[in-house]
Design a protein around this ligand. Structure first.
Ligand code: CP
Ligand code: NVA
Length: 311
């Protein structure tokens, strides 16, 4: 049966089945071809995307906005001070009102419950553009990037090194759905949420993906096909940055760590990067690093997502 995502939300990556994720990746592949041939049809002509931001952004804001332009639509940036989500009016009222003007709502928020509420009350698709708990759009772009580089996803060994944060959660769900083995290697005390690990393991049992936790980076990285990292202190955790620098010191992605991974292993980072902390600059610039292709693919993966949800 054909996959139809029209009208759906993307709050958590676990909301999408294996087939639905592949539908996004295959659509992204086609749209990227059209983008480079300069003959991409205006699949979202006259559509409006409302973008709510409680946190800063480079990639998410610009890729969604540029993507909307390319697809013939329009994006509206709502800065934290514009709508003062939670202070000026309720999430419920914002969702209802925005649904009267816009065809899609994208939101980058602190509490995951805010994007859950937006999706509950909006009558148009709601996309999570990062919450404290998840970053599903990034992982769609990441899966697309891995697929482009490795020609497959199922059976690969994906290793995440760093904080058990929003990235780790969405990556575990994404890997589990596509049958990619995933090891999340974090210091003790910084593990991903146990309920996310359990759910991802359950999903992985259906696709053959082994989902595990590890605390030793050199053990985790052995024979990896993909090494992925992210900042040690996420947006909103700035006060903990100094303590985290100490706790995470052995978890840097560098030449020593890469020496135990597969020789063809690709290096990924959602960016922004703190060079010298979670990854050293030299490693980020080796031929194995795909961090800027990954950033570009935000555009193509999200274009696919928006076309499928609202085209
Ligand atoms: N990776 C990512 O979401 O980047 P921004 O925070 O710049 O949007
Ligand atoms: N974990 C990071 C991801 C940034 C894209 C953060 O939430 O700040």
């Amino acid at each position: 049966m054909a996959i139809n995502l029209k009208g759906r939300n993307l709050v958590s990556l676990k909301d999408f089945s294996t087939e639905e994720i592949w539908q996004v990746l295959k659509t992204a592949e086609a749209l990227k071809l059209g983008y480079y041939r300069n003959d991409q049809p205006k699949l979202l002509a006259d559509k409006t995307l409302a973008m709510i931001f409680q946190k800063p952004s480079l990639r998410t804001r610009v890729s969604f906005e540029a993507g909307m332009t390319r697809l013939g639509g329009h994006a509206i940036y709502l800065a934290p001070a514009d709508i003062k989500l939670g202070a000026r009016e309720t999430t419920e009222d914002i969702a209802i009102v925005l649904s009267r003007y816009a065809d899609i709502i994208m939101a980058r928020v602190f509490g995951h419950d805010i994007v859950v509420d937006l999706a509950k009350y909006a009558t148009v698709p709601v996309i999570n553009g990062l919450s404290d708990q998840e970053h599903p759009c990034q992982v769609l772009a990441d899966l697309f990037t891995i697929y482009e580089k490795k020609n497959r996803l199922a059976g690969l060994n994906f290793v995440y090194i760093g904080d058990g944060n929003n990235m780790a959660h969405s990556l575990m769900y994404g890997a589990a759905r596509v049958g990619m083995n995933c090891t999340a290697c974090t210091p003790k005390g910084y593990q991903p949420l146990p309920e996310v690990v359990e759910e991802a393991q359950g999903m992985g049992r259906l696709t053959g993906a082994g989902i595990k936790l590890e605390t030793d980076p050199l053990t985790a990285a052995r024979d990896a096909d993909v090494i992925y990292t992210d900042v040690w202190a996420s947006m909103g955790q700035e006060a903990e940055a100094e303590k985290r620098k100490k706790d995470f010191a052995p978890y840097q992605v560098n030449a020593k760590l890469m020496s135990v991974a597969d020789r063809q292993a690709i290096i990924m980072h959602c960016l922004p990067a703190h060079y010298g902390d979670e990854i050293d600059y030299e490693t980020s610039r080796t031929p194995n690093s795909v961090i800027f292709d990954e950033a570009e693919n935000r555009l193509h993966a999200q274009n696919a997502l928006m076309v499928l949800l609202a085209g």
